[in-house]
Design a protein around this ligand. Structure first.
Ligand code: ZN
Length: 291
C-alpha cells in the first residue's frame, strides 16, 4: 500500500474539492465550512486563502479569472478575492436546508455540481449542470449527498457518487447535450471501508476514490468492479483527490478534521491537511469554467 505525505498542515475542518490548475501549476481546494478557497503552490510550499461569505462546496477557476463557486445558496461567480461578482442562480431556493457540495468542470467548460441536505434528509438533493451562458439544468434528482464526479478518458462515461449509497455509479454520457442515461453500479464499498466521497480518474480509466471514515484512497477498476491499489492517508476523513504536478502523476488528497474525537486527533494530528503521493500512472487534466 502506498502512503501519502503531508504537504499542507492546514487543519481544515472540511478540506475538499482539489483542482489542479495547469496554467498556474498550483492546486486550488476549498475548506467548505471555514469557508475559504485555498491555493497551494508546490514551487514555494505556500498555501494562501481567500474567505467567502457562505459555505463553498466547490470552486473552479474561470478561464477569464476568478472562480465559479457552488455555495450554500446557489451558484456564483467570484473574483480573485472570493467576493461575489455575479449570482447565476439557486435551483433549490425552496430548500433552505440544502447546500451545494462537490463540483467539477467538463472539457466543454461546463460546471457540474450537486447538493445535499445539511440535516441528513434523504434524496433531497440533485446534480446540476451549469452551462457557460449561466443556464442551470438539473441532470439527476433524488440525490442524498452529491459527491465525486469523473468522466472517462474517452468522454463516453460519467461516474458519480451519492455518498450514503456507498456505491460508485456509471452512466452513459452524451457529451454535446450534457445528459446522463443508463445508470448502473460499478462498485460497492465494503463494510469497514468508510463511505465514498470525492474521486478522480487516471489516463487508464481507473477511478481514485476518497474514503470518508476509511483512512485511504482506492484505485478502482470500474469495468471489473475491483480494487487495484490503495493509498494510506494518515487522516480518518479522506474527502477527495485530484492529479497534479507537471507530469500529472502526483495525487493530491484533501481531508477533514471536523467530527473527530480527541483520541483520533491525537493519533492523526495532521487530519485536515492536504496530502500528496507520487504514482506510476498519470491523471486526466482539470478544466476551467468557460462562462
Ligand atoms: Zn465530498
Amino acid at each position: 500500500m502506498g502512503k501519502a505525505e503531508l504537504v499542507v498542515d492546514a487543519k481544515a475542518n472540511l478540506g475538499e474539492g482539489p483542482v489542479w490548475d495547469e496554467k498556474e501549476q498550483c492546486l486550488y481546494w476549498v475548506n467548505i465550512t471555514e469557508p475559504s478557497i485555498h491555493r497551494y503552490d508546490p514551487a514555494t510550499g505556500a498555501d494562501s486563502k481567500v474567505l467567502t461569505d457562505q459555505f463553498v462546496g466547490a470552486a473552479v477557476r474561470r478561464e477569464s479569472g476568478g472562480f465559479i463557486a457552488a455555495m450554500k445558496d446557489g451558484i456564483y461567480i467570484l473574483n480573485e478575492q472570493g467576493k461575489r461578482l455575479k449570482f447565476l442562480g439557486d435551483p433549490e431556493s425552496d430548500l433552505p436546508q440544502n447546500r451545494f457540495n462537490d463540483g467539477k468542470c467538463d472539457r466543454l467548460g461546463r460546471f457540474w455540481a450537486g447538493t445535499m441536505s445539511m440535516n441528513g434528509g434523504k434524496k433531497m438533493g440533485a446534480l446540476y449542470r451549469v452551462d457557460p451562458d449561466g443556464a442551470i439544468t438539473k441532470v439527476l434528482e433524488d440525490i442524498s449527498l452529491s459527491n465525486g464526479l469523473a468522466w472517462s478518458p474517452d468522454w463516453q462515461l460519467f461516474y458519480y457518487i451519492d455518498t450514503p449509497t456507498k456505491e460508485v455509479w456509471a452512466f452513459d454520457y452524451s457529451e454535446e447535450e450534457g445528459r446522463l442515461s443508463n445508470q448502473r453500479v460499478v462498485y460497492s464499498f465494503k463494510e469497514g471501508d468508510g463511505v465514498p466521497d470525492g474521486m478522480t480518474i487516471d489516463a487508464e480509466g481507473m477511478l481514485w476514490v476518497a474514503h470518508w471514515g476509511g483512512y485511504k484512497v482506492s484505485r478502482i477498476d470500474p469495468h471489473q468492479g475491483v480494487v487495484l491499489e490503495e493509498i494510506r492517508v494518515p487522516a480518518k476523513q479522506v474527502t477527495s483527490c485530484t492529479f497534479g504536478g507537471s507530469n500529472l502523476d502526483e495525487l493530491y488528497i484533501t481531508t477533514a478534521r471536523g467530527g473527530l474525537d480527541a483520541d483520533e486527533l491525537n493519533q492523526y494530528p495532521h487530519a485536515g491537511g492536504v496530502f500528496r503521493v507520487k504514482l506510476a500512472v498519470r491523471g486526466i487534466r482539470s478544466y476551467s469554467f468557460k462562462g
